[in-house]
Design a binder for this molecule. Structure first.
Ligand code: PLP
Length: 402
């Protein structure tokens, strides 16, 4: 079908790549063992520390986020180790599956896929574990399948409250660069991330940030590994190089993306995401639909998952929106397939892009015959203008948008 103008990529990652980042990558490949690469390597490795907020090493793999999950496990744990995970949604479920395949004994705190990881349940389970059989607590910071953000500091406090020595691993795959995150201050042992979401890059880079405790664990753990081995990576990283061919082109993009994030300022970036999320929720309320996440304090700044009215198929809505507005919305994943759609408002997203995206959703509702109240976009505009905190303000918004 012929299209004019731009495609709207409003899935919760990969997120659109800014022009500056694309241009930074539009260059000839260089010798990854030459001096020019060493400079780039040192710059991006230092730059990553400023984004993860750590003074310790960050390693960069040519991988997707799933690879970075595996790297975190194989570098710190041993076959048969018991780990505690929380069923926040589809990604927590997939990480659990991987942990099982790698020979870990997983205890999975059940969840309803509508909220973040509960610190009290984690604390209660760790308190029972007097022999310290549990070797790691592993949580997803921003559960991309549900739009619920877990409180990493609260989980850290829960672990500390019972003096448990388990490693603390956090998947920030869809939160890093979009939601506040502090690897050192929050005493996370392994932070897992990737390139295609808050970092505004194409897919292809996976990251592990580590603590001294995680590094110490990596010296004695017994999980076989080669490609993912931190020690192999850290040796050449010290001078900016990699043990095998790195994703050179993406690293140029990463350098530019880090510069963009610092030019705006990380706090301003996070505030922008909160504003976009609040505007989205204001639209949802006016439409008369339900945000999937049930806990206000856990609303994701990265994406909003929205429940369809019963009897209406989310995938049909997404199809209609793609065909008529050239916009991609996120599908419901796993057990949420068909009942939920997701709007990504992460990375380089700004007020006008979000306003357009919400307009596409509102038009899509009409075209797909989804019952809703009009005026959602107008309510969102009011929030984006700073005329409200995101609560229902239908009338004011409608007046402005008309
Ligand atoms: N964890 C979370 C929270 C995610 O959102 C994703 C992907 O969207 C993954 C893990 C898996 O990452 P990837 O698809 O890059 O392997």
């Amino acid at each position: 079908m012929a299209r004019s103008g731009q495609h709207f990529l409003q899935i919760p990652g990969p997120s659109p790549v800014p022009e500056r980042v694309r241009q930074a990558m539009d260059r000839q490949v260089i010798d990854h063992r030459g001096p020019e690469f060493g400079l780039l390597g040192r710059e991006v490795l230092a730059g990553c520390r400023s984004i993860f907020k750590t003074s310790r090493p960050v390693v960069i793999y040519p991988s997707s986020g799933t690879g970075a999950w595996e790297a975190a496990i194989v570098n710190t744990l041993s076959p048969g180790d018991r780990v505690l995970m929380v069923e926040t949604g589809q990604f927590a479920t997939l990480w659990r599956q991987m942990a099982g395949r790698l020979g870990l004994e997983v205890e999975f705190i059940p969840g309803d896929w509508r909220r973040g990881a509960p610190p009290d349940a984690i604390e209660a389970r760790l308190a029972e574990d007097r022999t310290h059989a549990i070797k790691a607590v592993m949580v997803v910071h921003n559960e991309t399948s549900t739009g619920a953000l877990s409180s990493v500091p609260a989980i850290r406090r829960a672990i500390d409250a019972v003096g448990h020595p388990a490693l603390f691993m956090v998947d920030t795959i869809s939160s890093l660069g979009s939601a506040e995150y502090r690897h050192d201050e929050w005493q996370v042992d392994v932070t897992i991330a990737c390139s295609q979401k808050g970092l505004m890059l194409p897919p292809g880079l996976g990251f592990n940030a580590m603590s001294d405790k995680a590094l110490a664990a990596s010296r004695t753990n017994r999980m076989p590994r080669s490609y993912w081995d931190w020690a192999e990576m850290l040796k050449p990283n010290a001078s900016g190089f990699f043990p095998y061919t790195p994703a050179t082109t993406l690293l140029y993009g990463l350098r530019e993306a880090i510069a963009i994030l610092h030019e705006e300022g990380l706090d301003a970036v996070f505030a922008r995401h909160h504003r976009l999320a609040a505007a989205t929720r204001a639209a949802v309320r006016v439409w008369g639909l339900e945000v999937l996440c049930l806990e206000e304090a856990e609303y994701s700044p990265v994406l909003t998952a929205i429940l369809m009215p019963s009897g209406h198929d989310a995938d049909n809505l997404r199809k209609v929106v793609l065909e008529t507005c050239d916009m991609s919305l996120g599908a419901g994943l796993g057990k949420l397939a068909g009942t939920v759609f997701r709007i990504g408002h992460l990375g380089a997203c700004n007020s006008l892009v979000l306003a357009a995206a919400l307009s596409g959703v509102e038009m899509g509702f009409s075209r797909a015959g989804v019952p809703h109240r009009e005026g959602g976009v107008a309510a969102a505009l009011a929030v984006l203008e700073g005329r409200g905190g995101g609560e229902v303000q239908t009338q004011a918004g409608r007046g402005r948008a008309a």
